[in-house]
Design a protein around this ligand. Structure first.
Ligand SMILES: NC(=O)c1ccc[n+]([C@@H]2O[C@H](COP(=O)([O-])OP(=O)(O)OC[C@H]3O[C@@H](n4cnc5c(N)ncnc54)[C@H](O)[C@@H]3O)[C@@H](O)[C@H]2O)c1
Length: 297
């Protein structure tokens, strides 16, 4: 059954799929996909996921525009590809069962730099998915889709988007594509609005937005294996104390974060407190909300 909503909620899900799936751990991994594609594989998260996604695919196809370590045996394929190159992306997607789309510019940059990698890139990924019959995409979206909300707001997946720059706008466009390709072609997606996924939270904002690598991996597992996700938007954060995001509209994923930023609070709070009017204290997107303008010279 196709769920004809752009943002699936638990209420949209047929009754027989409403149960909370038991949390599956990586130690008890479900049957692997034949071939998963990971874009952005040379990046910070890509390098981590190259290891942690191993249980979920017989073959991991790893792609980036940047050089990567060579394929490690028959379980990996390494493909250099510019996401802005439509023909190359179409070739890249051939033969994969699902896509984890992590490639692209990952910080605020002038529009022209975002355009090819992120905006054309995500369009090429969805078009290639359609042409090659790929039925599931996990999209690395970002908290910068809602970055201009104040830090005292609690948001869910239906809260209005307030992108904090061209980067956030490109992720917002990616979420709209995910919605459209589900409504029009039945390609299911989970758009993960990743908070801050680094080894440790390293500033006060990240005490709220931090997502551990272990929790990211669990979330990706749920995004790959949960049936009938339609287009689900989920916030990617660990079980931190002071959360700005509420994932009740993505409860059907059964994501149960295991980690918390609390262990790092003392060290982070030893840092000087930014001024009260500093964007890093005001906005959920932090410093991104103060980047630019670009191109005035
Ligand atoms: N790390 C985080 O906390 C965080 C937060 C929110 C969203 N995200 C998203 O998750 C993804 C991975 O983040 P990351 O921290 O690993 O970023 P990263 O910058 O380390 O990795 C992104 C990768 O994309 C590649 N790339 C850039 N332009 C490309 C192009 N035209 N064609 C092909 N590949 C291209 C880069 O070479 C890089 O290896 C990104 O999409 C990012 O926007 C990450």
């Amino acid at each position: 059954m196709i769920i004809a909503t752009s943002h699936t909620t638990t209420d949209d899900i047929p009754n027989n799929n409403k149960q909370s799936p038991a949390m599956t751990t990586t130690a008890n991994a479900p049957a692997p996909f034949n071939r998963l594609l990971l874009t952005g594989a040379a990046g910070g998260l890509g390098k981590v996921l190259r290891q942690s996604l191993r249980p979920y695919a017989k073959v991991l196809r790893l792609s980036d525009i940047a050089e990567m370590a060579p394929a490690n045996g028959e379980h990996e394929e390494v493909v250099l590809c510019d996401l802005a190159d439509k023909a190359a992306v179409h070739q890249l997607v051939e033969g994969v069962d699902a896509i984890l789309h992590f490639g692209g510019v990952s910080v605020e940059r002038p529009f022209e730099e975002i355009l090819g990698a992120n905006i054309c890139g995500v369009f090429h990924i969805y078009e290639a998915a359609r042409r090659h019959g790929v039925k599931r995409v996990v999209f690395a979206s970002s908290n910068h889709v809602i970055g201009f909300h104040r830090q005292d707001a609690i948001l869910d997946a239906h809260s209005p988007r307030r992108p904090d720059g061209y980067y956030g706008l490109s992720k917002s466009y990616g979420e709209d594509l995910a919605s459209f390709y589900f409504d029009r072609y039945g390609i299911e997606s989970v758009s993960i609005r990743i908070g801050s996924s680094f080894p440790e939270p390293n500033n006060r904002r990240m005490l709220s937005t931090w997502l551990s690598y272990r929790d990211l991996t669990q979330l990706l597992e749920r995004a790959l294996y949960t049936p009938n996700v339609g287009h689900t938007v989920v916030y990617g954060m660990s079980a931190n104390r002071d959360l700005w995001w509420d994932n009740h509209l993505a409860a059907h994923l059964g994501y149960q974060p295991q980690d918390s930023s609390e262990a790092f609070r003392e060290r982070v709070e030893a840092q000087p407190m930014p001024a009260a009017d500093d964007p890093v204290r005001l906005f959920q997107g932090g410093a991104f909300a103060a980047a630019g303008p670009f191109g005035d010279d």
